[in-house]
Write a protein of this length. Structure first.
Length: 138
């Protein structure tokens, strides 16, 4: 019982309950209008049309409740992980000039050792392809 009271204290739960009740009232009123219209137009017994109308409204309301989207759009751990990562970014101190210089030199060294040879190899390959295509034209 305590758990029910805690859930009912949440405004989101009340909002959802009021939405469902208002939509149920709309469905019942539309269903009643359809039942009355069909009884006069088709001249069918009221009991048969009313029963089919009540069953169709119950089915529609059941499907509406089952297919109602939940507010959670993703896994619950994702938002907490993003919040933790953002806090870590905010907590970081700005780099000192010496640390900035050291990291810049390290990045340049990595470019020089890794990217430059790969780039040179790619350029040599393009030059060879161009030379081969020129030889074929002659």
């Amino acid at each position: 019982m305590r758990k029910l009271r805690q859930r009912l204290a949440d405004p989101a739960v009340w909002d959802r309950i009021l939405r469902m009740v208002s939509l149920a009232f709309m469905l019942v009123s539309v269903g009643a209008c359809v039942v009355l219209m069909l009884t006069f137009v088709l001249k069918v017994t009221v009991l048969l049309v009313a029963l089919s109308g009540v069953l169709s409204m119950a089915l529609a309301f059941y499907l509406f409740i089952r297919l109602w989207p939940n507010e959670e759009t993703g896994p619950p751990g994702v938002s907490r992980a993003v919040a933790r990562a953002m806090e870590e970014v905010r907590k970081r101190q700005p780099l000192s000039p010496q640390e900035y210089r050291r990291q810049r030199e390290r990045a340049q060294k990595m470019i020089r050792e890794k990217a430059a040879p790969a780039l040179a190899k790619a350029i040599r390959g393009l030059l060879r392809q161009d030379e081969i295509s020129r030889r074929k034209k002659r």
